[in-house]
Design a protein around this ligand. Structure first.
Ligand code: PGA
Length: 242
């Protein structure tokens, strides 16, 4: 599974152009592909995907935890479903860092998203300082357990390990380092939930490093930021086989 996270990029026209180009480049792709687009592009992109019968998952990058209410400027899970979103990215480090999102807030969002029928891509990851202090596993364990607290069924949850020091920095984790963390998360989930879920790696993924990352046993897919904005580079990553 390869998911693109566009962040705050692309107008509606740019988004539709991207989808058309990507469709022509990946018509034979065996990989499950998804794009998390800005709110404004959800409806047009989801409509185009339906119209052209593309196998492309369309999702959002955030949502509010309440069902509805007086929350100026916010978007609910139901609104996302209404415009064709199938999944939502929650807990991205940019939301945690720039918008002060806590594990408990993220936990409420995960619950709401699942309740409304959205698949959740939950992001976790440590800072450079936490890694240097050898605390990455403790940090990830806390993020994971708190963000998923009280959730019994993980069938509609995908995890994304995104070390913060690797996001948008060009400093990708080595496949071996990422594998170690993925194996840790997989074991933790098996122990706590008795479940097996897909775990994606994210952070400076490019066509040049995607193949080596996917070779690792516990890296089930990729969450791609910068390199997902260009259909050519995204299609190249999509051609890597797990
Ligand atoms: P990046 O972003 O690939 O540009 O590092 C990844 C992400 O934030 O999901």
């Amino acid at each position: 599974m390869i998911i693109g996270n566009w962040k705050m990029y692309k107008t509606v026209d740019e988004a539709l152009e991207f989808v058309k180009t990507l469709a022509s480049l990946t018509s034979k792709s065996q990989v499950e592909l998804g794009i998390a687009v800005p709110f404004t592009a959800l409806l047009p992109v989801a409509s185009m995907v339906e119209q052209l019968k593309l196998s492309l998952w369309v999702g959002a990058q955030n949502m509010h935890d309440e069902a509805e209410g007086a929350y100026t400027g916010e978007i609910s899970a139901r609104m996302l479903r209404d415009v064709g979103a199938q999944f939502v990215i929650l807990g991205h480090s940019e939301r945690r860092q720039h918008f002060g999102e806590s594990n408990s807030f993220i936990n409420r969002k995960v619950k709401r998203a699942l309740q409304e029928g959205l698949h959740v891509v939950l992001c976790v990851g440590e800072t450079r300082e936490e890694r240097e202090a050898g605390r990455e596993e403790a940090v990830l364990q806390e993020q994971l357990l708190k963000s998923l607290e009280g959730i019994k069924n993980l069938d509609e949850v995908t995890l994304a390990y995104e070390p913060i020091w690797a996001i948008g920095t060009g400093k990708v984790a080595t496949p071996a380092d990422a594998q170690k963390v993925h194996a840790f998360c997989r074991k933790l989930i098996a122990k706590r939930w008795g479940a097996e879920i897909a775990i994606l790696y994210g952070g400076s993924v490019k066509p040049e490093n995607s193949g080596a990352l996917l070779c690792e046993e516990d890296i089930d897919g990729l969450l791609v930021g910068g390199a997902s904005l260009d259909p050519d580079s995204f299609a190249k990553i999509a051609k890597e086989q797990k």
